[in-house]
Design a protein around this ligand. Sequence first.
Ligand code: 4AD
Ligand code: MG
Length: 430
Amino acid sequence: MHEYFIQNVRFHEDEVVTLKGWVYNLRKSGKIWFLLLRDGTGIIQCVVTKHDCDEASFDLKDVLTQESSVIVTGLVRADDRAEGGYELIAHKVELVSLAQEYPITKKEHGIEFLMDHRHLWLRSRRQHAIMRIRHTIIKSIRTFFDQRDFILVDTPIFQKMATEGTATLFETEYYDDKAYLTQSGQLYAEAAALALGKVYCFGPTFRAEKSKTRRHLTEFWMVEPEMAYYDLEMDMDLAEEMIMYIVAEVLLNRRQELETLERDISKLEAIRTPFPRMHYADAIKLLQEKGEDIPWGDDFGAPHETIIGESHSSPVLVHHYPADIKAFYMKRDAEEPKYALAVDMLAPEGYGEIIGGSQREDDLNVLLERMKAEGMAPENYQWYLDLRRYGSVPHSGFGLGLERTVAWICGLKHIREAIPFPRTMTRLTP
Ligand code: 4AD
Ligand code: MG
């Protein structure tokens, strides 16, 4: 079987090829018309004249509408003025299905209108660029872990208990019982790490966020590595290496897409390891120096993260948060127990937290006390506590929010464009 795609026409100069796609745009001028054809891999201009094309094909100019599906056969010709450097001299145009009047036109549409038509909006050049970059980020994450001998372990979506606090749980019926949609695969990844050493899970996670912000979805994808015998330091090293790899892969493979998005590529090229590492107490000092009214002990809000992130051209690793504002499973610093061995990575350019991670509490009794202090029911976590009963070891991990990362790398103003079909407090369709 031989298929031709627009992204590969450069290998077929002066050959006749058949391209299957949709009408992106039409321009007519008397004896000649131009069809911008898209096929998902790219966009090419097809030149249609009576000289090169049969009559029936030529006459389609009065019929075709935006997004009609068509098959075009023609000669690939190099042309410096053409988008992508090539155009197609059409010999034949076949109509597959005539599109009704397409709702998304060249005029400016409001964001709600576009989101209501997300299933069609995905056909636009800008959305193609975002989806391709998202794809490359996912692929690079998988390759990164694969090259380091991590084993992918999928974790359940129906769960019996909370990982990140009960406030954002989505509850659902489960026969005669109830279940929650997963907030994180971490606790299961910990079990897998004690079984297999170095593992990661990568899947959708759910949070009933009560705030409408440009950084929050109710359904988002998270990759969570978990490593036996890793301390916080090693955890941070791995997070930094992973981000560096992702950015390098996108710069290498998706430059054109970044240009389509008008991303300031120099900002991505400026990222260097080692990333700055900042103790929470120093981050508080920095914020106070910048005039923020935030006392030691408070968690950062989005504006605080923006300030810290903007003070560096590479992502910043803020570590040693006060234990009281962090999750129950985080190990405390032995010398200063008011601090948790936690880390957040804050992206540059005001994008805020993209990674949250920690060294895990590996002592059974300390963990039990932590759970009691938080009002949690240990009976729901017996299997998790088993991990401390049978061969407990120091271990660490982190979670990277995929859409936050896509939004940052693509330079998007809002996270809703970073996922094909966003779910937010106010959106469940399409
Ligand atoms: O910081 P979080 O809550 O950490 C965890 O869930 C840990 N269990 C991860 C681990 O150690 N294995 O979430 C991790 C990341 C955040 O840094 C952020 O990038 C993203 O997930 N995130 C969200 N992204 C979009 N919408 C939301 N509502 C998000 N909540 C968290
Ligand atoms: Mg977090």
